[in-house]
Design a protein around this ligand. Structure first.
Ligand SMILES: [Zn+2]
Length: 327
């Protein structure tokens, strides 16, 4: 058994999402720790209990649960596991707020209002907006409210790991780099088979929406310089050469940018029209993903001075600048 294998055991549990199984990690450090929990579904819970048992661990033995980010496939089961184990929970300071932004009756209405307004601004026709909201309702049952005992600030440390905030895929993405054992736990910050596209998201109350892909690229450049060693992602196999994978993700962004600059109409277009340029077959349930990708790319191109944006009748249009002309 390798040195890493003695202290870190990947536990892969099923999810109902298109991404497939999610990887959780049993870590035998000072505390018996589980990184992430999986969604609150029966399949996930049963698989988790069986896989832990195969390692000689019961849920009640867990002393600590650490989250890589607030998405349902990574933390839906947290509350249930804590009830049973009394494990101490550690995560990014915004995890609780972000995981609850869509909650409750009031939350539902304010969430719906926020996203409908956002989709209108991004140029989505009214009849397509409703259908993309349906998706959210299906997700609500896969997570229980939870609390966090200890927050993990950027550049903090926990049980052998250095902790880095790497926003992008989500606003709470947290990267754990083990100081002496040559491995890292990356959540969905670095994925090999799936593009960890940042989704359009709702900011914390009182804040404006961040430019998710601009943030993500900055985080990727930061992570690239860290001693990641073997990188354990939230989905898929361990990544032996994370720098290569990071460079591949950045190259993919560049390719999409080129395609947008080549095909964007002279008079400009809103993100929804650009999503259709990138994905001509775009349909629900992928509309939201396509729209997120298009918006992210457009924001990167604007930050690079190749596009400028303006509102026309409440809809955001992007248009090439002199610097964005394709020769
Ligand atoms: Zn995930």
């Amino acid at each position: 058994m390798s040195a890493v294998g003695e202290i870190l055991v990947p536990v892969s549990v099923p999810t109902p999402f298109i991404v497939g199984p999610v990887n959780l990690f049993l870590y035998r450090g000072e505390a018996l720790t589980l990184f992430d929990t999986g969604p609150k579904t029966e399949d996930c819970e049963t698989a988790l209990r069986e896989l832990l048992r195969a390692e000689g661990v019961e849920v009640r033995d867990l002393e600590r649960i650490v989250l890589t980010h607030h998405h349902i496939d990574h933390c839906g089961l947290l509350h249930r596991l804590v009830e049973e184990s009394g494990a101490e929970t550690w995560a990014h300071p915004d995890v609780v707020m972000q995981s609850r932004l869509g909650d409750g009756e009031d939350g539902d209405n304010s969430r719906k209002k926020y996203y409908i307004a956002l989709m209108t601004e991004l140029g989505v026709p009214a009849d397509e907006q409703e259908s993309s909201m349906l998706l959210w309702d299906a997700y609500k049952d896969m997570i229980d409210h939870f609390e966090i005992d200890r927050v993990l600030p950027d550049a903090s440390q926990i049980d052998g790991f250095d902790v880095y905030h790497v926003p992008g895929h989500s606003s709470t993405d947290t990267l754990f780099v083990h100081r002496d054992r040559g491995f890292s736990i990356a959540g969905d910050h670095i994925l090999e088979r799936f593009n960890p596209n940042p989704l359009l998201r709702r900011p914390n109350p009182g804040q404006t929406r961040g430019k998710a892909l601009v943030e993500y690229q900055a985080s990727l450049h930061r992570s690239r310089a860290l001693p990641l060693g073997t990188c354990y992602p939230g989905h898929g196999k361990p990544i032996e050469d994370p720098v290569h994978v990071i460079d591949g993700i950045l190259k993919q962004h560049d390719r999409k940018n080129r395609r947008i600059l080549e095909r964007l109409p002279e008079e400009g277009a809103p993100p929804f029209a650009v999503a259709q340029i990138l994905y001509p077959e775009l349909e629900m349930p992928h509309l939201y993903l396509g729209l997120s990708v298009a918006t992210g790319q457009l924001e990167v191109l604007e930050a690079a001075g190749k596009l400028r944006s303006e509102h026309r009748d409440g809809v955001l249009y992007y248009q090439r600048t002199e610097g964005g002309m394709v020769s």
